[in-house]
Design a protein around this ligand. Structure first.
Ligand code: ZDP
Length: 278
C-alpha cells in the first residue's frame, strides 16, 4: 500500500484526477487510472493526468483515460493541468510550455487573487490528412458518407493531436449516444478508435455539441473535440473561424487563427484535494 496525494479539477465539467508523478507513481498507470476514475469505488473522473518532468518544455503532461488507454492530448485536461501546476507552485512559468504526446503546447493562464481562473491553450494546427489522423482513407475526409449503426452519416475527420470524427446533425440531443457512440469508436474506419462529436450549428459563431469520447464514453465536454468541431464547421463553410462551442458542461471559446493555430479558452476549477491508499 502507498498513499497517493491528488487534486481533482474540472474544465467545463470534464473532470480529472491530477497527480504529481515527477518521482513516479505506485504501480501501473493504466490500472491506477481505472481504479481512481471509478465513480463508485474510486475518486471518480473522466481520466487521470500525471505531471512528469520534461526536457523539451517546462513540464510534461500524460493523460490516461478512465478505461486505462492513453491519449496523446487533452484540451480540457491541459487547462486544469496548468491550474494544478501553477496554483500548487510545482512549476513557475506563465506562459507554461507543456510537453504532450502531441507536441509542446503553450498555455496562458489568467490569474486573479493568486489563483488561475481561465486558461488559453495554443492547441497547435489541425491535421486533416486521413492516414495521419488516422482514418482508413487517403486524403482529407470532408463531409464523406460513412455507414455506422445502420445509418449513413456525413463525417468530417481531423486530428487535434488525437483523432476526431465530426458529424453535423439537426438535433444532437435526440441521439441515443450510448448506442451510437461506441459503434463509431469501434468502427474499423478508425484504426486507433475515435472521439466523435455530434454538432448542431446554431449561429454563425455558435455550435452546440455532444461528444462520445474514446476510452471515456459520453462526457460533459471535450476540449480537443470542441476545437475539432470548430475547425470542421469553418472549413465546410458552416461557421466563422471564431466561435463559441456550447457543451453540456459549459462554453468554450475557439479561434482558428490565420496562422492555422487553434486557440481554445475556458475555465479551470479545483474541486478538492485528497489522499488515497492504493
Ligand atoms: O483522445 C482521447 O482518447 C480522449 N478521450 C482524450 C481526452 C480528451 C479530453 N476530453 C479533451 O478535452 O480534449 C480531455
Amino acid at each position: 500500500m502507498a498513499t497517493l496525494e491528488f487534486s481533482k479539477l474540472h474544465g467545463t465539467a470534464n473532470d480529472f484526477v491530477y497527480v504529481d508523478a515527477r518521482h513516479g507513481v505506485p504501480g501501473d498507470p493504466a490500472e491506477l487510472a481505472r481504479r481512481l476514475c471509478d465513480r463508485h469505488r474510486g475518486i471518480g473522473a473522466d481520466g487521470l493526468i500525471l505531471l512528469l518532468p520534461s526536457e523539451r518544455g517546462d513540464c510534461r503532461m500524460r493523460i490516461v483515460n478512465s478505461d486505462g488507454s492513453t491519449a496523446e492530448m487533452c484540451g480540457n485536461g491541459i487547462r486544469g493541468f496548468a491550474k494544478f501546476v501553477l496554483d500548487g507552485g510545482l512549476v513557475r512559468a506563465n506562459p507554461l510550455r507543456v510537453e504532450t504526446d502531441a507536441g509542446v503546447k503553450t498555455v496562458r493562464a489568467e490569474v486573479a487573487d493568486g489563483r488561475v481562473r481561465r486558461v488559453a491553450v495554443d492547441m497547435g494546427t489541425p491535421e486533416w490528412s486521413g492516414r495521419k489522423i488516422p482514418v482508413d482513407a487517403d486524403g482529407d475526409v470532408i463531409d464523406r458518407p460513412l455507414e455506422v449503426a445502420g445509418r449513413v452519416w456525413s463525417v468530417t475527420c481531423v486530428s487535434m493531436g488525437n483523432p476526431h470524427c465530426v458529424v453535423f446533425v439537426d438535433d444532437p440531443g435526440a441521439l441515443d449516444l450510448a448506442d451510437v457512440g461506441p459503434r463509431f469508436e469501434r468502427d474499423p474506419f478508425f484504426p486507433k478508435r475515435v472521439n466523435t462529436e455530434f454538432v448542431r450549428v446554431t449561429g454563425p459563431a455558435r455550435l452546440t455539441m455532444r461528444v462520445w469520447e474514446r476510452g471515456a464514453g459520453e462526457t460533459m465536454a471535450c476540449g480537443t473535440g470542441a476545437c475539432a468541431a470548430a475547425v470542421a464547421a469553418a472549413r465546410t463553410g458552416r461557421a466563422d473561424r471564431r466561435c463559441t462551442v456550447a457543451l453540456p458542461g459549459g462554453d468554450l471559446e475557439i479561434e482558428w487563427r490565420p496562422d492555422n493555430h487553434v486557440v481554445m479558452t475556458g475555465d479551470a476549477v479545483e474541486v478538492f484535494r485528497g489522499r488515497i491508499e492504493v
